[in-house]
Write a protein that binds this ligand. Structure first.
Ligand code: ECB
Length: 135
């Protein structure tokens, strides 16, 4: 039985998020706003089908995918790049590789102590975000 990510989650801690934005070439002013924002993740999981909504007052970002099926992702409103993404299970971790212009890009989600953890990677930068349940 794989992990259950369903629910509304609010950002509690964020480590190296600005470094991650920098390596994605996000400009100074946008970075300063982005790091100050509260983020909410709304996850809907149906077996291996997922819908992730990342919500903030500045931008929203939505991603739907099926585990094991490569798809085209356009990071609209974020760094606006086209990438090829593939999400797989590694044990209870949901692991995404994002192939494109940026090397070593991807993310991992897992649940730890009832919190939703997200590791965002690009090149040599690893950002860790931890979300707590909102309801
Ligand atoms: C959408 C909330 C973040 C708002 C930041 C606004 C502007 C910053 C410009 C570019 C940011 C580049 C990346 C943002 C990092 C996190 C947002 C979504 C990351 C992501 O890929 O989430 C995955 C895994 O949860 C699901 O799409």
């Amino acid at each position: 039985m794989p992990a259950d990510f369903n629910g509304r989650w609010i950002l509690e801690t964020s480590d190296k998020f600005e470094d991650y934005l920098k390596v994605l070439n996000i400009d100074f002013a946008t970075r300063k706003i982005a790091i100050s924002l509260s983020q909410t993740k709304v996850v809907t999981q149906n077996g291996d089908k997922f819908d992730f909504k990342t919500l903030s007052t500045l931008r929203n970002y939505e991603l739907s995918f099926t585990v094991g099926a490569e798809f085209d992702e356009y990071t609209k409103g974020l760094d606006n790049r086209n990438i090829k993404s593939l999400v797989t299970w590694e044990g209870d971790k949901l692991v995404c590789t994002q192939k494109g212009e940026k090397a070593n890009r991807g993310w991992k989600h897992w649940i730890e102590d009832g919190k939703l953890c997200l590791e965002l990677t690009c090149e040599d930068v690893i950002c860790l975000q931890v979300f707590k349940r909102k309801d």
